[in-house]
Structures are given as C-alpha cells and as structure tokens.
Design a binder for this molecule. Structure first.
Ligand SMILES: Nc1ncnc2c1ncn2[C@@H]1O[C@H](COP(=O)(O)OP(=O)(O)OP(=O)(O)O)[C@@H](O)[C@H]1O
Length: 223
C-alpha cells in the first residue's frame, strides 16, 4: 500500500518574481519503505517536503495519505494529520530547553488529547527505550548533547504512532557517529517496525543505504 502519494505537484513562488519551483512531481512511498531525497542546494527539496507534509498548501496537484486524498482539507483537518499521522524531524531539534526530555516527547500526544496522561507517559518512555535513551527521560532538554537531542526529537516525532516520518536534513547538524546512530534508528524503524520514512539528505553515505533515492534537479525528479 502507498502510505504517501503525490500526483503532479507544481508549485510557484510569486515573489520577488514569479518562478516555478516544483515541476510536475509525482512520487510514492510504500508501507515500511525508507526513501531519501537528494539534489543540489536550491533544487527544491525543502519546498517539496513542506508540501508533502501539508505545512504548505499553496500548490497544484494532489496528495494522498494512506490512499486518501488530503489536498483541499480544512486547516483543522490538516493540523490533525500533521500531529497524528506525520512525524517530522528537522535539522535542528526544536526541543523546549527548559522542559524535561519526557515532557518534550509527551507534548504532541497531550495536544492530540486521545489518551490519558499516564498512557502518554508510558508510551513516551517506550519510544525513548526503543531509541536507547530512556535514561534521559528526567533530564532537562538543555542539558543533553546534540546527538541525544536529535534522538529525543525522533522519539517526539514517533509519539502519536505516525504513518510516516519525514525529515529535512536530520543529520545535517550531527557528527559522523551521531549521524550513524540516527541512520540506524531510521533503518530499524523501517525494518523492524514497518514505518515509512522520507528523508532529505546531502549525505551520499546515508542515502546509499536507504531503500531508494529520489534524485531532484531544478524542481524536477530526474531519477
Ligand atoms: N519563500 C520563498 N520565496 C521565494 N523563493 C523561495 C522561497 N523559499 C525557497 N525559495 C527558492 O526556491 C528554490 C528551492 O528552495 P529549497 O529551499 O526548496 O531548496 P533545497 O533543495 O531544499 O535547498 P538546500 O539544500 O540548500 O536546503 C531556491 O531557489 C530558493 O531560493
């Protein structure tokens, strides 16, 4: 089954001058598939990811999540999809520095409000355990290392059991050992947990070990 499908996505920026940033992009990510997106700086990777993650709705074309059309959804529907069905990992972790690791991971589930605080806490501890960092749970986010912060950000992205994880250069700010850790976590989530992942990366060593590379050039998919 396709977890994510994009059909004929075109996007224009209108300022300072009108130009087409995405040209007729069609792609799909299947259940459990670990896919990377590569391409030169400025080719449109981040723009594409913002469209695919529903953060940007100003595009032509159609997006499907689990084979359901989500293009044209109301702001509330799209906010729900982003919180529950899509996990996002950025280059920078965006953790709340003064909150504990556990609280940071719990937040998206508290916002969703579908489970009790106790259930959410147990679930958050389980996600931290899967990522090998349950001991960090009580620590303040400000007090842990960069590599640990990124793992906490991944645990936070997993808390609502999303259908897909999207990442924009999630290893871009990490040293090689921490990049390797993050890669292995993603690989394991795909192989052992059947999660789909779509990750923008500049790192060929990372991309070459994903299931498939989508190559972009000048706003187009070229391979
Ligand atoms: N809000 C915007 N308004 C106008 N042009 C934009 C805007 N955001 C990005 N662009 C332009 O769109 C093109 C694609 O940008 P995008 O950030 O998607 O590329 P990228 O492949 O992710 O680059 P990088 O690898 O450097 O992050 C670039 O030419 C960029 O300058």
């Amino acid at each position: 089954m396709n977890i994510l499908e994009a059909r004929n996505i075109n996007k224009y920026f209108k300022k300072p001058v009108k130009f087409q940033v995405l040209h007729d992009i069609s792609l799909s990510v299947k259940a459990g598939e670990f896919v990377s997106i590569m391409g030169k700086s400025g080719c449109g990777k981040s723009t594409l990811l913002y469209v695919l993650s529903t953060m940007d709705t100003d595009y032509d074309g159609e997006l499907f999540l689990k084979e359901e059309l989500i293009t044209g959804g109301s702001p509330n529907e799209l906010a729900f999809i982003r919180n529950k069905r899509i996990g996002f990992v950025f280059q920078f972790h965006y953790l709340l520095a003064e909150f504990s690791v556990l609280d940071n991971v719990m937040l998206p589930a508290l916002k969703l409000g579908e489970k009790t605080t106790k259930e959410i806490e147990q679930n958050a501890i389980e996600k931290l355990r899967v990522l090998g960092i349950e001991k960090l749970a009580p620590k303040k986010a400000a007090m842990i290392s960069g590599g640990e912060k990124q793992r906490v950000a991944i645990a936070r992205a997993l808390i609502n059991d999303p259908s897909i994880i999207m990442g924009d250069e999630p290893t871009g700010n990490l040293d090689s050992q921490n990049s390797e850790n993050v890669f292995n976590i993603f690989r394991n989530l795909s192989d052992e947990h059947g999660l789909s992942l779509l990750i923008v990366t500049h790192d060929p060593d990372f991309a070459n070990r994903t299931d498939r590379i989508i190559q972009m050039e000048d706003g187009r998919i070229i391979g």
